[in-house]
Every structure is written in structure tokens, then in C-alpha cells.
Ligand binder design. Structure first.
Ligand SMILES: *Cc1c(COP(=O)(O)O)cnc(C)c1O
Length: 366
């Protein structure tokens, strides 16, 4: 018996909504993987069935991404947060400098961790306008010879997103925290030396972090860093150096197959642009009742942030929306207001429901 009708529209910023067919398959396979007789949670990560899942996830990731040769895809633990430390530990040599673009709370945390390893230059920042935009392309100018440039392509909390890849000289590695917008549309991975993403927003579940790293960076890490924290350790063992996040890898594999079946990243991009467009149109068409936080050219396709005329109305908006099955709309405390997170797996019908609710709420309260 199906009870899908009991599922709410889940606007959570993360952990976030997963595709329904993925949940259904995980549910079917939970007691016994077909042909295996045990679940993915109970078998050795050295077993053939698990290796097949893990390597298929790696290959499907590369296929979906259109990943050029010369990159490794790694399945790690520790969230995007551990990457804030692993990136500088591996790539920032003693006495070196790294350039960071500061576009919000997550970039600030990345900067804070990198400062423990070496010198950080904040080469562009949107702090002065409470991160309501990403810096213009012309405003991002790397220093003379940084070890790398670090950016955050989508700012989950503020609802801003880069709609361009910053220009850096080809010899400077560009590193991207893509936790909240990876695979939201086609992306040219050849422009990046390293991309990382925590799993629980657009890829899989909490507990898996995907890192895509160009092979020539692998040997840069100093010898004395802990073995788990070296990218080279995981690249050499195809993510099976130690027990990997097995359930996260399994769910990732299902999500990737689902995305491929739905037409790949071009189709995902078209769906996401349309979904976000409907919400921004509702904001812009409200005569100022709803006010978007992000400047139009920096608006995120994944996290739509907006305010109402008063905090009291915002509270009412959230509680009435919740009562109508629109869950998780309360904004982050650093922006306030409303945040609608509409990742890849968020259904368009949920966007339509929110647009309808916004118009109805304004009519009653405006
Ligand atoms: C959620 C998020 C993080 C933190 O991820 P964890 O997996 O909780 O460590 C980092 N960066 C961005 C852009 C995020 O959205």
C-alpha cells in the first residue's frame, strides 16, 4: 500500500527532499538487495555487490557530469565542513597563500579553517550588503600566485548563486564548494581543479561528501597530514581505503541513475530554472508585499529567500503554510524571513502550491 499522499512539500534547506522513485527503491531493497539476500547496510564494503554499487556510482557521476579525463571522484565523510579543512591541508603549502571569495556564512567558515593552515586573502566579499549578491566577475581578481582560489557557487543561507564561473589564470586551481547546487544544471568541470559537495542537499543523504579533484593536485599534500585527510589516500583506493559511507553511496547511485533517466543535467537545468522563475515572478509580481533578499542577477535557483512587510506576518506565513503541507519555509536567522529550498528533487507541483499560497496569503493579509 502506498501512502505517498502523506508526504508534505518539503522546502528544507538540508537534509532535503529526495526523489520519490529513489526512496521507493531504497525501501524495496532495504531488507535484501536483489540477488544478494542482505541489505546494503549489512554487507562488507569489500564484497563484490558493494564494489559494483560504489564503482557504478563513480562512473555514473562522471557520465552525468561530463567529467573530462584526469579527475578522480571521491566519496568521503565529514560533510562539506571537513572540506573547509582538507582543502587547505592538502593544497596550501607552508608559507603559501590562498585566495577566497566571501559570499556568506559557509565561505566565512571555509576562510576561518584555511586561516589555521596558512595565509588567506579575501579577494572579494559581499558582506557589506549582507550577502545579497555575488561579486561581479570583474571584481574577482586573484593575487599574484595563490595556491588556489576558493569560491562557493551557491549560498544556501542567503539565496545567492554564481551564474558564471570566475575567470582565473589556467595555472591557478579553482576550488568550489558546490554543496547546495551541484548538478542543478550542466557545469564545465574542466574550469575547476576541485569541487566538493556535502551529500544531503542535491546528491544523497547526510554522511557522504563527494569530492571531484584533478589528479595533478593529489601529490601536493605534505607527508605529515593524517592519512584519512589526504585526497591521494582515497583516490588510490577508489574511496575504499576504509569503510566508506555505504548507504550514502548507495542512495547517491540511485539519485544519479534517476537524474540520467530524467534527461541528465540539461533537463535538470531547465526544470530548475522554470521552478525558480515561478517563485521569483510571484515575488516580483506582489507589488512589494514580498521582497526578495538576493539582487536579481545573483538569485539562486536552489534557495529562494524573501521577506514580508513584518516579522509578525512572516511568522503567520510560515505557520499557515505548514498547516497546508508546505513544510520548512522558515528562513535562516542571519537573513530572517522565508527561505524556500527547491533542490533538484523538489517537485514543481510544490512550487505551484507555494505560489498559490503566496497569492492567497497576500490577499488575506496585504
Ligand atoms: C550545507 C552547506 C555546508 C555544510 O555542510 P555539512 O555537510 O553540514 O558540513 C557547506 N557549504 C554549503 C554551501 C552548504 O550549503
Amino acid at each position: 500500500m502506498s501512502n505517498h499522499t502523506a508526504r508534505l512539500f518539503n522546502f528544507s534547506a538540508g537534509p532535503a527532499v529526495l526523489p520519490l522513485p529513489v526512496l521507493e527503491q531504497a525501501q524495496r531493497d532495504l531488507l535484501a538487495l536483489p540477488g544478494v539476500g542482505m541489505s546494503v547496510l549489512e554487507i562488507s564494503h569489500r564484497s563484490k555487490p558493494f564494489e559494483e554499487i560504489c564503482f557504478a556510482a563513480e562512473e555514473d557521476f562522471a557520465r552525468l557530469a561530463g567529467l573530462p579525463a584526469g579527475y578522480k571522484v571521491l566519496f568521503l565523510q565529514g560533510g562539506a565542513t571537513l572540506q573547509f579543512s582538507m582543502v587547505p591541508m592538502n593544497l596550501l603549502p607552508a608559507g603559501g597563500q590562498a585566495d577566497y571569495v566571501d559570499t556568506g556564512v559557509w565561505s566565512a567558515k571555509a576562510i576561518q579553517e584555511a586561516r589555521k593552515v596558512g595565509q588567506v586573502n579575501v579577494i572579494a566579499s559581499s558582506k557589506g550588503t549582507n550577502h545579497d549578491r555575488v561579486p561581479a566577475a570583474a571584481g574577482i581578481r586573484p593575487t599574484a600566485a595563490p595556491a588556489y582560489v576558493h569560491m562557493t557557487s551557491n549560498n544556501t543561507i542567503f539565496g545567492t548563486q554564481f551564474h558564471f564561473v570566475p575567470e582565473v589564470a589556467p595555472e591557478i586551481p579553482l576550488v568550489n564548494d558546490a554543496s547546495s547546487d551541484i548538478f542543478c544544471r550542466p557545469v564545465d568541470f574542466s574550469k575547476f581543479a576541485l569541487v566538493y559537495a556535502g551529500g544531503q542537499k542535491n546528491l544523497s543523504i547526510a554522511g557522504i561528501t563527494v569530492v571531484v579533484v584533478r589528479e595533478d593536485l593529489l601529490e601536493r599534500a605534505p607527508q605529515e597530514i593524517p592519512v584519512y585527510l589526504r585526497y591521494a589516500t582515497h583516490a588510490k583506493e577508489r574511496s575504499l581505503y576504509n569503510t566508506p559511507p555505504v548507504f550514502g553511496i548507495y542512495i547517491l547511485h540511485l539519485v544519479l541513475r534517476h537524474l540520467l533517466a530524467e534527461g541528465g543535467l540539461a533537463a535538470a537545468g531547465a526544470r530548475n530554472e522554470r521552478k525558480a522563475g515561478k517563485l521569483y515572478a510571484a515575488i516580483d509580481g506582489s507589488g512589494g508585499f514580498y521582497r526578495g533578499h538576493a539582487q536579481p542577477d545573483s538569485r539562486s535557483w536552489m534557495n529562494v529567500t524573501f521577506r514580508l512587510p513584518s516579522e509578525e506576518l512572516e511568522k503567520r506565513f510560515v505557520s499557515e503554510a505548514t498547516a497546508q503541507g508546505l513544510d520548512g519555509l522558515k528562513g535562516h536567522r542571519s537573513v530572517g524571513g522565508i527561505r524556500a529550498s527547491i533542490y533538484n528533487a523538489f517537485p514543481e507541483a510544490g512550487v505551484d502550491a507555494l505560489v498559490g499560497f503566496m497569492s492567497d496569503f497576500q490577499r488575506r493579509a496585504g
